[in-house]
Design a protein around this ligand. Structure first.
Ligand code: SF4
Length: 242
């Protein structure tokens, strides 16, 4: 049971993340993300230690909220959670951050069909019936609608963290990705198969023109590192004040 005061405070702190964003210029998105992460966890994301399951789950949830805070719009919507669920998650996972007294923010948009399909696929493949895995299913589905690699749009530091997340909380479907297919493509192929459709245009991947889409390299910079590099570049190109 979540205490009423902590629950209300969790609404406030969740809503404070976009305020954090509006208080600074957009070129400092990396700073917003790192600051939001620090508000939630007390450390910079680069320094997070995720050796045990609790620390890992906390890191994942903070990373998703931090990357959502880097974007325009309510954090609840960008993170894919109803406001009540975001508040409950904050009270459960980030109680220390609930006492910071930030103001209330906006509500999530209703899920579109595609988001709902991915979310329901994940819900059907949960490793447990915990609230955390339910929240994660909604968050992963919403972030899967963004254009970058899924691990990037979840705010994670690399793809291995996404694989660990899915293996830990959605083991039934994660264990089926035996060929290390890109996770978004893997979800869509699973959705096609469950509806009796076939996404694949050839019987074997080696003969398929979509092989790069399904199995291409997913390395790259994290969203925060990427924004930091953009800001540095912009600063170096800015005209001198002399
Ligand atoms: S590479 Fe082609 S055949 Fe293989 S999973 Fe992707 S779409 Fe299907």
């Amino acid at each position: 049971m979540i205490a009423a005061a902590a629950y209300q405070q969790s609404i406030d702190v969740a809503s404070a993340l976009p305020a954090l964003q509006s208080a600074t210029v957009r070129q400092e998105c990396e700073h917003f993300g790192a600051a939001a992460y620090r508000v939630l966890t007390g450390c910079h994301p680069a320094n997070a230690v995720i050796d045990d399951d609790f620390s890992f789950d906390r890191h994942v949830l903070a990373s998703i909220l931090a990357v959502a805070a880097m974007e325009s719009g309510p954090v609840a919507e960008r993170a894919g959670l109803a406001v009540a669920d975001l508040a409950a998650m904050m009270a459960h996972w980030f109680p220390a951050a609930c006492g910071m007294g930030f103001a209330h923010g906006g509500a999530a948009e209703p899920d579109d069909d595609e988001t709902a399909m991915v979310r329901d696929l994940l819900l059907m493949n949960r490793s447990s019936d915990s609230d955390t895995s339910r929240w994660l299913a909604a968050m992963i589905a919403r972030r899967a609608m963004e254009p970058n690699h899924l691990w990037e749009d979840l705010g994670l530091r690399d793809r291995s963290e996404l694989t660990r997340l899915l293996s830990r909380h959605f083991a039934p479907i994660a264990s089926r990705n035996t060929q290390n297919m890109r996770w978004k493509r893997f979800f869509y192929r699973a959705l096609c198969e469950s509806d009796g459709f076939v996404m694949c245009t050839t019987p074997v991947c080696t003969e398929c023109r979509d092989v790069d889409l399904c199995f291409g390299d997913e390395s790259g910079e994290s969203r925060m590192a990427d924004r930091r590099r953009e800001a540095s570049l912009a600063a170096s190109l800015a005209p001198s004040a002399e």
